[in-house]
Structure formats: C-alpha cells, structure tokens
Write a protein of this length. Sequence first.
Length: 362
Amino acid sequence: MDFPVAPWLCALLFPAALLYRGGVELRNFLYRRGTLPTLRLPCPVLSVGNLTVGGSGKTPFVAYLARKLRESDQNIAVASRGYGGASHATPLVVSDGTGPLASAAEAGDEPVLLSQLLPSVVVMVCRDRWSAGRLARERFGSNLILLDDGYQHRRLARDLDLLLVDAGAGFGNGRMLPCGPLREPLRELARCDALVVTGSSGQIPQGVERIRETLADCGLSKPVFRCERRLDGFARLDSDEWVPAAALKGMKAVAFSGIARPAGFESDLRSLGVNLVDSVRFRDHQKFGPGELARLARTVQDVRPDFLVTTEKDRARLGTLRLPAPAYALRIHMAPLEEEELMALVTRRLFSADLTARAERP
C-alpha cells in the first residue's frame, strides 16, 4: 500500500523531508555513540512500537501483552507519551490500577483506553518514560514497565523491542515524513528484536511476505510473528450493553472516527455485515466538541441511520458528550498466531537477564 502523497507534493516537500531525515539520523547517531544518555530502570522494560505513523494495533497489542503478563503475577505499569492529550514533563497517573483517573484531554485517548481495558494495571503518561517508570516503581511497586509506542523513545533502555507492522499498509512508499509514513529509515529495523505483523486473516500472508522481503533487502534476519486483529462485537456507548456483531447485521449505520486509517475500520464494519450508509472522518486524535457533534448531527439528519458506530479510541475521547443517535463502539482484540513462541521470547528476554545489569542510573 502506497503512502497517499501526490508526486508533485512530495517534490515540493522534499527539502522538509531531508531536514527531518537529517534530524532523525543525527539523534540516532548521538544515541549510538552514547553522547545522548540511555537510562536504565532496575526492572524489565518491554517496548511496543512501530516505524511508521498511523495505526498498527499498538494499543490493543499492549493490552494483550499486559493481560498475558498479569497471568504470571507481574505488577505491570504501562508508560505512554500520551499523544493527543496535554504535554506532561512530570508523570501523570492515568490509572493507579483501579481504572481511569484522567480524561483523554489530559492524558490522550490511548492511555485512557488502556486504563479502561486494564483496570488492574497502572498507566502513566510522561514525555520522559524513565521518570514515569521510576515513579511507578516507587509509588505502586511496579516490577515491569511496558512502553506503549516506545520505539523512538531511546532515552529509556529496554530488554525487548517489539516492532508492529500493519499487514495492509506495510512501510508504505518506503519514504520518510512528510513524503512517506516512515518515522525513521528502514535500516533502523536493526534495533528491534522481533516484528509482529498485524491485520485481518486475509491480509497477513501477503504482509508477512513483504516484510520478509524488506528485511532481506536491509540485510537483516529477525523473527516475524503473525497477529490477527479480531472483531468481538459492539459496546453501546450510553449503557455499556454488549451486543454481538450479528445483532447489527444489515442495519443502517454511520461510522465516525478520528484515527490514522479510517478505511480499515470501515472495512471491518462491512465485513460484519453492517450496512454502512455514510462515514464521517476526523483527523487523527481529534478532540470532540460542538463543531464535531454538529457535523455528525447533519449527517444523521441527511441519511437517517439506525445507529452510529465508532472505535474504542474515539470513545475514550467522547467523554460524556451526547450523540445525535444511538451509538456503539467496535471492540477488537489481538490474537497472535504463534502465541507460545512469542511469549517464550518475551519471558526469556524479560526474566532471564542478569538483574545486576539493570542497575538504575540517574
């Protein structure tokens, strides 16, 4: 799948792309040399991230990992940058392990969603993940830090780096921002310990093949795991009523979302048999207010749907806003196809290392 930037626009943006690439490469060079310091926590750190902008399923995959690791009685804290919320130079406790304590406007939609999905897990937001992890250890006794969208956060050392890649989008046109979707050059794939290719069952085989070709082109050999995005059904927004997918089949719906790849969300709805009569797309992480509600209301008035449907991330940003029609959120979960092998890698890297090597450095 190509990145949707017209060739003429890419040519116009080429100087900006050069500047961005130069800044990224200089930063990575300084970290490799040790000029920019990397700090360690005295506990295992697992990072989930990606090399591109846009959704690859990081948040539901972090939720999956947190649940699996909780089964072995780990006291987990999730540390996030909190994109879309207020910027926090000092750690903000989004959840102390009892559910959300902050709004999406304060913390960002993804940390709030994680605090809803993981009511027994501590969730922190801070630009400095080392500070967030340190506070989680001191205040809540957390003994494992899980970084949500942590691949580019090199200040905090980690014991395992998992890089997620969307099977349908891959690495786009292979170019860096703003001419392509890459946050870093493809050669930075070398830093990860394994790749996880996410998507629907129909997308994954071709996606894995393309990823293996890219790794070969870069002269790299990395484990590649497959992870299906599975659709669970719908949660009613005003009551938390659970509705199986079949109950809404054939009904008229308007989808609305503020995510990186709305087409994938809308395709998921159609695959469940929802009669999608219109869609309203907002920018990624869009905050919802009167203007957005008015736009939805106009669409509802025009097409008269049976219901509205959105994503769980968008639901986290809605708060207590009243929508102009009954509304549901599509619920998904991630299902690794090589779960045993994946969790064996996670366990080996997080819990078999010499703890003396994790001495904290301020």
